[in-house]
Design a protein around this ligand. Sequence first.
Ligand code: AMP
Length: 209
Amino acid sequence: MRIILFGAPGSGKGTQAVVLSEHYKAKKISLGDILREEVKKNSLLGTQVKSYMEKGLLVPDELVSRVIEQNINNGSFILDGYPRNVSQAIALDQIMKNKEVDYDAFIYLDVDEKTIIDRLSKRLVCKGCGANYHLVNMPPKKDGVCDSCQGELIQRKDDTPEVIKKRLEVFLKESRSILDFYQKHGKLIKVNASGDKDQVLAQIKKTLK
Ligand code: AMP
């Protein structure tokens, strides 16, 4: 199974990428996680992308498409966070064509803005494994500690009100044209993602049957 996940920040892409990759035994490719890891390592790529990420802006296409090219192979995958605009969608088509692979679905996780802001402002992520929690809807068993790896839970640097606003602006600017692109390709599946993790997963599985 090869799935592309799309949605606003806070739509649950990261959470669904984890459960879908377990369910379909597929490689999880979460671009935001990969970039954060590069920033943490202070690699050349990390230093190139850091300031964009801190401001809630998209990293230049040529930097991210290289990362995607290195991560996609002919096995199953769940792609989270790429593409985010039409030029990335065209680049992804080309990457897959070169590797002679195709994808099964482009899934749009649709959530209203109020839910997004609530999710992001109360989101906690694990410093160790990147797992996501929500202070109220999906709290960890023990305060401040990750259920899966016991790592420390922190707030993401870009989950501040100001950067959330910018990230949403960027999403809204690009979303219409990218949804049109995948609709035209006949691969767009829209899922109501305002429910909890299991409800959203159940809907995705049902549409993919
Ligand atoms: P995310 O974890 O998916 O919310 O991504 C965090 C940040 O990483 C974004 O705000 C961007 O700065 C950067 N990023 C992630 N995916 C992309 C992409 N497809 N294109 C450009 N920048 C991206």
